[in-house]
Design a protein around this ligand. Sequence first.
Ligand code: ADP
Ligand code: ZN
Length: 722
Amino acid sequence: MARAHVLLLNPALGPLDYRADRHHAVEPGSIVLAPLGPRQLVGVVWEEERLPSAEQVGDNRLRPLLDVYDVPPIAAPLRRLIEWTADYYLASPAAVLRMTLPSSSALDGARTIIEYRSSGAKPERMTAQREQALERIGQRQGLIRELATIADVSEAVIRGLVKSGAIEAVTVSIDTPWPVPDPEHPAPALSDEQQLAAGIVGEAVHARAFHPFLLDGVTGSGKTEVYFEAVAEALRLGRQTLVLLPEIALTEPFLKRFEARFGQLPVVWHSELRQSQRRRAWRAISSGDARVVVGARSALFLPYRDLGLIVVDEAHETSFKQEEGVLYHARDVAVMRAKLEAIPVILASATPAIETRQQAAIGRYTELRLTSRHGGAQLPEIETIDLLTDPPQRGRWMAPPLVKALADRLDRKEQSLLFLNRRGYAPLTLCRTCGHRFQCPNCTAWMVEHRLMSRLQCHHCGHSMPPPAECPECKDQDSLVACGPGVERIADEVAALFPEARVAIATSDSLSTPARAAEFVERMEAGEIDVVVGTQLVTKGYHFPELTLVGVIDADLGLSGGDLRAAERCFQQIAQVSGRAGRGSKPGHVYIQTHSPNAPVIAALLSGDAQSFYAAETEARRLAEAPPFGRYAAIIISSEKLDEATTTARLIGRTSPAVEGMHVYGPAPAPLAMLRGRHRQRLLVHARRSLDVQQVIRDWLGPLSWPRGVRVAVDVDPYSFL
Ligand code: ADP
Ligand code: ZN
């Protein structure tokens, strides 16, 4: 008898032992079905020494495994990645494993359906209807119902033909194979700079060794074409590639470019997939048929059969940080996966994060630079509009120079983009009479007016309500006013100023599905939109050659965040949105509206001197021993009961260990003191880089206990401080 040590898909449980009999031969990585009480759970066989169990169960008490799935086992590098992720981010291995096995239907044997086609034999008895049916069906194949429609006869006629042998049944797998992208499909001629970089990454794919790259090129420099050459090399070697994108909305434009380069579409993986699509993609990834997978961060943990390359596009994007469930950073886990798989990883960005730049600076990552835009396109000219000296008219948000620039573009039939990182119509609604402000009942947040949907909505928990006719406080009628602008309000302003302009709003509300994002791109490309008003969603990846004007409505918004990365993020966002202008033959122009034109970030954007801005930011981080020079971990305590949250937070604060090179701040109420009806307290751990802060936190929190309704989450390398 063999013992099987199994990690079940239940985050509350450690690995359990089972009995594997002769019919159920298993090895580490085998995906199995195991009994747990009256239930049956999927799990993966694991090495005992890697994830030891708390107690040994005697052989005679072991329950037998129910089944071993007929799919390739989870390979060792991925098992190590799951362990590393669980360890580093203080998550349970089962919670990470769930991301590897997100679809139980994918594990069932290949599914088939029965289709029908002509057998070539003539039926013994021919009728007019039968003759018509066989003639019209010809070589076609389908369900009985489908064939009846094609032939324009009743289903009974088709069934009769099946009985007579003139039509035969065929078994078809619905897991239809994926077409293989063609690396030799005609590629564009690369510039010298591109060629050089492409050669180096191509070599690295060939070398089959861990090699991290930072592909750092200004917006529009053709980074995609460069890493496509690395993808082509992986295809030639028959190996798989994973391309991670920060947003589902970016998938559509990527698919088009990919198809143009390789003649076929890649396999897509994201949260919006239907169950059948998910199943088909997972099986193809696991069998190796899916050669190139493009996906959101969850694609990172899938069981690739033979991964040869990982690309993280727009690698600076903070949306790679997962803020729910397992709190991991996909960029960092991607590098770790590449290391464990012994393959190259390419982080592509025009505005790399300081963490990434630092890795390049100390020589851990190879930096590849693209210094000019493709085809001689110039970077846009950038100027500021000082809102103090050049304010917008009362009740308006666009200052006169921006309005004039917009008018010019409309005259010239060029496209414009107005950037404001605020969804909805107005971020705050208040009563003019009594000053009452509309707050979410579940969160420390204002209700945001969405005029298009005619709702007030909380952006944290989704709570929404119709805009009330009267103030709930003083009962005054029609006294509510919208304060401040959101994208909808800017779109209204454009419509009022230029009634003939065709305006589109681009936010996660309006481009919520890949199909809607695709439609938006099509309308932009067809010139059916004159002005886009968008949030951070439009700062990424898009390439619209006719777009020549970018207006940043409120640059100060990004500066006010106050956290560690506020200035860096503000720089990245404005540099990225500016990078959408003038990508074709016409020059681009950017106007930045701000109250502080002298802020270092704004000065750096104007002068184009990113290097000294980054140098100053990096130095400030070094002095503060902030990441990447030191580490942070946040401990977030939440409960529906205020006193339970504060008591637990105090307990954790009181028991914080004295460790050389580590300091604990808090507890204090979180800036988002209430979220989804839960009261929140935070502690921030600041530690020296060399300290194993995860182990310290495990030893610290491990022995503590708190009431059942309290949740304690540890956010290692936090990006949100709310
Ligand atoms: P980035 O990702 O660096 O912002 P892109 O890869 O989107 O830049 O390239 C910008 C535009 O230039 C795209 O339309 C791309 O197809 C085009 N392009 C880049 N390199 C080449 C090339 N060598 N030949 C033809 N077109 C190119
Ligand atoms: Zn809320």
